[in-house]
Design a protein around this ligand. Structure first.
Ligand SMILES: [Zn+2]
Length: 371
């Protein structure tokens, strides 16, 4: 098996980075017309900066307002807008689903993509894949593309002004990265690109985890205060770049499969991807029989930054047996990344691990009441 490592061509991050979008695109030879796919708050916040930076770079552009879900229907709408405009590049600006849609439409149009995450709420921005949902918000499939984004540009001023819960959700997504990567590396599992993991990818996944533990709490305080600090810069890099490179070039395992299972329960729909992945990480640790110290470290971190550690905290205070069965069946569907675990995993094991993870989280809460 060949080792494969992939990444965006360029990653640019910092305070007011949006003002450099035109120059960065120009330096990479990305000219207009550009179709910007934008969430409503990204468009409201950044319209003026786009006019200035893209105007200066001589890049003509149009803005497509995002429909709210990365679904087949929304991707088709963006592709139609791009074709009508003669777009030569697609720019996604917003949360994970906006960027997923932008990547999918760019691939459909056969043009490069630029991703400008306005939230550090998931590790999707650097990847060459999208997570497709039904219009109702249920996980449907992963879609893979030939190329990673040409440019990922992260404006930490914008991220500092977003609701803190979104940054925390990104930490949940990033929390899974090292545990899933380690499982894939140890098992010599193919990564998301069909190759073996490199030492580089594994090291980045580990650095992601270490950065969360070191900088997570300070980064939450920074966004609560709406300020950009060194801790926030490092944490945003962990959520976006380190986690993105780590998962794509090392692989996913049980945590994300459990997330996919959880999306079948409508009660979890108000919760973010990373919040469900955080709980999925606990389920993976239970399945793998990880030692007490690992649980203590993960639960301590999750509780400190405000990630969910119980079923009630992801909208499943009531979990009827048949719904638990559906979640477990979806998590263990053929082709799911849970089968990257080094032992056979079936739905009964997942159902038990979900309840055990919940019991562990509840015990943690009982023993350490919130101040
Ligand atoms: Zn994820």
């Amino acid at each position: 098996m060949l080792s494969v490592f992939c990444s965006p061509s360029r990653y640019t991050q910092g305070r007011n980075a949006t003002a450099s979008l035109g120059a960065e695109m120009g330096a990479l030879g990305l000219g207009g017309p550009a179709l910007i796919v934008a969430g409503s708050s990204a468009a409201a916040k950044l319209a003026g900066v786009w006019r200035e930076t893209l105007g200066k770079a001589g890049i003509a552009y149009a803005v497509h307002g995002f429909g709210g879900e990365c679904s087949h229907a929304e991707i088709a709408r963006v592709e139609r807008a791009g074709r009508a405009q003669g777009a030569r590049v697609v720019v996604g600006a917003g949360g994970g689903k906006v960027l997923d849609t932008a990547r999918a439409a760019a691939a459909g149009l056969g043009v490069p993509v630029v991703n400008c995450p306005t939230l550090a709420s998931s590790d999707a921005p650097c990847s060459a894949l999208s997570v497709i949902y039904t219009d109702g918000g249920e996980f449907q499939e992963y879609r893979f593309y030939g190329r990673n984004p040409d440019l990922v540009l992260v404006d930490t001023q914008v991220i500092a002004e977003a609701p803190p819960r979104l940054l925390v959700a990104g930490m949940g997504d990033a929390l899974a990265t090292w545990f899933e990567a380690r499982t894939c590396v140890d098992g010599r599992i193919k990564n998301m690109r069909g190759g073996a993991s490199t030492r580089s990818a594994a090291a980045l996944a580990r650095l992601c985890y270490d950065t969360l533990l070191a900088d997570g709490p300070a980064a939450v305080r920074a966004v609560e205060t709406r300020v950009v600090t060194s801790a926030l810069e490092r944490l945003v890099e962990a959520n976006t770049l380190l986690s993105g490179l780590g998962f794509e070039s090392s692989g996913l395992a049980a945590a994300h499969a459990v997330h996919n299972g959880l999306t079948t329960a409508p009660g979890t729909h108000p919760f973010f991807h990373g919040e469900k992945v955080a709980f999925g990480t606990l389920v993976q640790l239970v399945l793998e029989g990880q030692p007490r110290e690992t649980f203590a470290e993960v639960l301590g971190f999750a509780a400190e930054v405000g990630l969910p550690i119980t079923l009630a905290e992801i909208g499943l205070a009531e979990l009827p047996r048949d719904l638990l069965g559906r979640i477990a069946a979806r998590a263990t569907a053929p082709g799911e990344t849970i089968h990257n675990e080094p032992f056979e995993v079936d739905a009964a094991m997942v159902a038990d691990a979900v309840l055990a993870a919940d019991a562990t989280g509840r015990a943690w809460r009982r023993e350490r009441p919130q101040p």
